[in-house]
Design a protein around this ligand. Structure first.
Ligand code: MG
Ligand code: MG
Length: 252
């Protein structure tokens, strides 16, 4: 069921989303070679819980054990923070984070370059952000979910990259993953209609090589089959009659 949020619910989601964005901003500032993904997870959990009433959405969600998903290089999403995973210069670190306040969630992801990264990696990050921006431009009441996916796909494939099919964006609210699914591919004018008051997470996962993925033996970490690099950027947005309101922007 696709739910329409009340203005009060949207404001709570914006409060949660702001903490998510501030967490990602803090991690971007703190990330450097030699740190482990466990170090970053500890920073994130402490920061989130320093806000009264805020809890990490991911911890315990489908039994996921941590605050963040941290996915390095060819890992697409759902990497589990670990003291054994130490970042090195040139890595691409995708960080996904959710925060819950009063039973309502915010969800955002970003891919952080660790130190200096290759020009090819820089381009992947730029294009994935452009793809997200193009998708958000289509996230207007009266458009359809396929308009978002088509816009994301056009940018990504136009740059020579591929779009992960099995993992998609989603409605979000009192449940972390709600209807509708928001694929990062599709056809204009197809899929559920976007209506004022819907809140959705748009989250392109873009591979430098082929689109195929597989899940590692830990049952969580999703990687590209061809070991090519992958990037992930995500915002939670409020659908309006006009450009969407981004609920996961930092506080300053
Ligand atoms: Mg996310
Ligand atoms: Mg999401």
């Amino acid at each position: 069921m696709i739910t329409i949020k009340s203005p009060r619910e949207v404001e709570t989601m914006a409060a949660a989303g702001t903490i998510v964005a501030d967490t990602l901003k803090l991690l971007r500032e703190r990330t450097e070679p030699g740190m482990s993904t466990e170090d970053l997870d500890a920073i994130a959990e402490e920061f989130i819980r320093s806000h009264p009433g805020a809890t990490p959405s991911f911890k315990g969600l489908y039994d996921f054990p941590k605050t963040l998903c941290t996915s390095i290089n060819h890992e697409v999403v759902h990497g589990i923070p670990s003291p054994k995973r130490v970042l090195k210069e040139g890595d691409l670190l995708s960080v996904d984070c959710g925060v819950c306040i009063d039973g309502l969630h915010g969800d955002s992801a970003t891919t952080i370059p660790v130190g200096d990264v290759s020009p090819e990696s820089e381009r992947l990050l730029e294009v994935t952000q452009q793809a997200l921006a193009a998708g958000l431009e289509q996230a207007i009441a009266g458009n359809r979910v396929g308009d978002i996916g088509h816009a994301v796909q056009a940018i990504a494939e136009g740059a020579g990259y591929s779009v992960v099919r099995e993992l998609v964006g989603h409605g979000i609210g009192t449940t972390f993953h709600e209807e509708p699914q928001v694929p990062n591919y599709g056809r204009p004018g197809k899929g559920p209609m976007l209506k004022e008051g819907m809140t959705i997470a748009v989250e392109p996962m873009i591979n430098m090589g082929k689109k195929e993925i597989r899940t590692l033996a830990d049952k969580w970490t999703v990687v590209t089959r061809d070991s090519s690099l992958s990037a992930h950027f995500e915002h939670t947005i409020h659908i309006q009659d006009g450009p969407p309101r981004i609920l996961t922007n930092p506080s300053e």
